[in-house]
Write a protein that binds this ligand. Structure first.
Ligand SMILES: Nc1ncnc2c1ncn2[C@@H]1O[C@H](COP(=O)(O)OP(=O)(O)OP(=O)(O)O)[C@@H](O)[C@H]1O
Length: 252
């Protein structure tokens, strides 16, 4: 589904990614992790075609749906209008949404438990509520590859669980291929078959989750000790930071 070879990507005249290669088969879930500013959004924008690589080859084998990081819209669109925009490529030029398009949007609103937002102004929703509407928008596009930039960033635990469950469901029932970035390794542990750990613009580890997602690799990734925590039979293991705030000195 994704075949990227030696991608080099520039922004503002500066090389952000150098020589990134990855491949992802249909029906797999890739989680992208890395520190702030390392280039996760840059990579994602390259995968969805918004940024053009300076060099390298990229091939995507299907229609792409995208959920961006949080944003406002300039006009007073309702949540339903925003989600309907996901139907654009099925409507054709100047086409208006019909009964079936509304049904599809309402189906995903129901799946996400956000039916009550339908007529609310998108900009009046909270960050987490907006994130759920944007996920609905991407799903209404009926894509083969779903790319999400930190889809759970503004969500509470219950909604994180719902979105992770939905992504798994889409993989299992629709054979959808999914790429999502996150700052929570546990999200990768829960649903990702593969991980991309972006250490810098030119250094990364990419592999199957069981092998590549380790406390040692995460410790390098975040430049902070990361410990693995096991919960017996209660839940999957997770990774937690060993915060060092009492050792941090500020010269002010
Ligand atoms: N429009 C832009 N023009 C120039 N440089 C940019 C632009 N957008 C981002 N950058 C730079 O590119 C680098 C990577 O940014 P990117 O947004 O891809 O990081 P990220 O890993 O997604 O970060 P975060 O976890 O904070 O969202 C950063 O150094 C950033 O300052």
């Amino acid at each position: 589904m994704i075949e990227a070879r030696n991608l080099t990507v520039e922004r503002g005249g500066r090389i952000i990614l150098r020589d990134y290669s990855l491949s992802l088969e249909r029906g797999r879930i890739l989680s992208v992790l890395g520190a702030n500013g390392v280039g996760k959004t840059t990579l994602i924008n390259t995968l969805i075609g918004v940024l053009k690589p300076k060099s390298g080859r990229l091939s995507i084998g299907g229609q792409v749906g995208f959920v961006p990081q949080l944003f406002d819209v300039p006009f007073a669109y309702s949540a339903l209008d925003i989600a309907l925009m996901g139907r654009a490529r099925h409507l054709g030029l100047f086409g208006a949404p019909g009964k079936r398009d509304y049904e599809i949007v309402r189906h995903y609103f129901q799946m996400l438990g956000i039916e009550d937002f339908e007529s609310r102004a998108f900009n009046s929703l909270s960050g987490g509520q907006r994130q759920l509407v944007m996920i609905a928008q991407a799903l209404t596009s009926e894509c083969d590859l779903l790319v999400l930039d930190e889809p759970c960033a503004a969500l509470d635990y219950k909604n994180q669980d719902k979105v992770l469950g939905l992504l798994e469901h889409l993989r299992d029932t629709h054979g959808m291929t999914i790429v999502f970035s996150t700052h929570m390794p546990q999200h990768a542990v829960e649903i990702a078959s593969d991980v991309l750990l972006m250490t810098s613009g030119s250094k990364y580890v990419c592999g199957q989750t069981e092998e590549a997602l380790t406390a040692a690799n995460l410790t390098v990734l975040y430049d902070l000790p990361i410990a693995r925590a096991d919960f017996g039979g209660l839940a999957k293991h997770t990774y937690a930071p060993v915060f060092r705030h009492d050792g941090v000195r500020f010269d002010v």
